[in-house]
Design a protein around this ligand. Structure first.
Ligand code: ATP
Ligand code: MG
Length: 423
């Protein structure tokens, strides 16, 4: 008996789960593609997430034919903006608050491990075969006659049902070892497991992470740090011997989970949580190891500064735990370090006193300034020069410690100082 492949139509699911604007867009796009004699598919993460009932509005469309041509016609319909890369056969379309990626179906071959692939236009079948995991290698047809039909050539739906992350072929991690990190990320995000053979391949191919540029590894790490629970991925990476490829001295153990959890509690829109996470991850490195990590990942200047400051401050934590410190003592221990690095040390410290001192600095002390400025002091008779800075420091210290509270107090202090030096 010949069994026909099961036809699964997801059009009802699409309507249910995606915003009406995107649904309308896809229907029109399918009609236009049809008219142009092309085939259009919704692919990748959004298909996976539709089947999992997870919210995802990042539409990736693949065209069997020419994506740029289709994208151009679609922008003339919805009056959106378009950015095209004709050489790669891709286009990004934006309108209102929406953004959609279109790509020409292509196949990839890897000249050597870790090299960027050689790309040529091809059928959807090959486009799906070049993808990282079966759960990301499904497509939904959008042309009107077959609108909503699932194209599942590599067993993606079965793997979703069994909660498995599976590569499409045995050379997958060799071709592109960033998939090692990606696999861990999906496994932990979705509470899946690496399928046993995939897990073996992953372990076998860990060394191929050395074929990947630091820039690409940093990109994967950033994606991990944007996950809801990055520590789960880092823990798993540690367990499998992947984390040590970032730096051999990194640890993904329980300490990290505890600190990430605390960091999340602080989160506010203007707190760059990925930098905070990264600094916590790097925190237990020494200065030399930290520099190695910074140069491997080619971290941006500001991130580099945060990591250096965070680690530089570690040696001061002991002093900060002294309950006798005055506000000006606290200030002089902490000012000059980036505030994010100060925060990292508060999270990292186990001393409630140190934490309290750091909290006082971040919420209050760092904003304190004397009422008088340099000009006021020269007007009071001090000649411009290094003496000004000395007086301003004195005023700040007095203000931090509550010894002066207003402009008149400060003027009194300057007068006494002048009288003393003139004698
Ligand atoms: P996420 O929810 O993390 O965004 P996604 O599946 O949308 O997941 P993207 O990084 O946006 O992931 O990539 C889109 C699609 O491109 C993936 O679903 C996958 O099919 C493919 N892809 C991305 N990176 C790779 C890679 N390194 N190797 C093979 N395929 C990849
Ligand atoms: Mg995506």
């Amino acid at each position: 008996m010949v069994t026909m492949p099961e036809v699964i139509n997801l059009s009802a699911k699409i309507t249910e789960q995606l915003p009406i604007e995107l649904v309308d867009f896809m229907q029109v796009a399918g009609e236009v593609a049809q008219r142009q004699g092309q085939k259009l598919y919704l692919v990748g993460g959004v298909v996976r997430d539709l089947l999992l009932n997870r919210t995802n509005f990042d539409l990736d469309l693949v065209v069997e034919g020419d994506a740029v041509n289709l994208a151009r016609e679609l922008t003339s319909i919805n009056q959106g903006k378009i950015v095209t890369h004709p050489r790669f056969g891709t286009a990004k379309l934006k309108w209102d608050k929406w953004s959609v990626d279109l790509a020409t179906a292509r196949s990839e071959t890897y000249v050597r491990p870790g090299a960027l692939p050689t790309v040529k236009p091809n059928a959807i079948k090959d486009d799906l075969f070049r993808r990282d995991f079966t759960i990301n290698a499904m497509a939904i047809e959008l042309n009107p006659s077959r609108y909503g039909q699932l194209l599942d050539l590599y067993g993606g739906r079965n793997d979703l049902e069994h909660k498995l992350v599976r590569v499409l072929h045995d050379k997958s991690f060799i071709d592109d070892a960033t998939r090692i990190w990606r696999g861990l990320r999906y496994e932990q995000r979705l509470n899946f497991q690496l399928e046993p053979a995939t897990l073996q391949l992953l372990k076998r191919d860990i060394a191929y992470l050395d074929t990947i540029s630091g820039d690409r590894i940093r990109h994967e790490l950033e994606l991990i740090l944007k996950e809801e629970y990055p520590e789960k991925v880092l823990h798993r990476a540690d367990e499998l011997g992947v984390l040590l490829k970032l730096h051999p001295a990194l640890k993904g153990n329980g300490w990290l989970a505890e600190k990430f959890e605390q960091a999340r509690k602080l989160s506010s829109p203007d707190l760059p949580s990925t930098v905070l996470y990264l600094a916590l991850l790097a925190y237990r490195l020494n200065e030399e190891e930290n520099e190695q990590l910074i140069s491997y990942l080619r971290l941006a200047k500001s991130v580099t500064q945060t990591l250096r400051d965070a680690i530089g401050l570690k040696t001061r934590l002991k002093s900060l735990a002294n309950p006798e410190l005055s506000p000006s003592n606290i200030y002089s221990l902490l000012h000059g370090y980036s505030s994010l690095a100060v925060l990292v040390n508060s999270l990292a410290s186990d001393s409630p006193v140190a934490r309290q001192h750091i909290g006082l600095f971040l919420s209050k002390l760092r904003y304190i300034k004397p009422a008088l400025i340099g000009k006021d002091i020269t007007r009071m008779g001090l000649v411009p020069g290094p003496g000004i800075k000395e007086v301003l420091d004195l005023l700040l210290e007095a203000k931090l410690d509550g010894k002066v509270t207003n402009k008149r107090d400060e003027e009194g202090l300057v007068k006494r100082w002048l009288a003393r030096v003139e004698r």
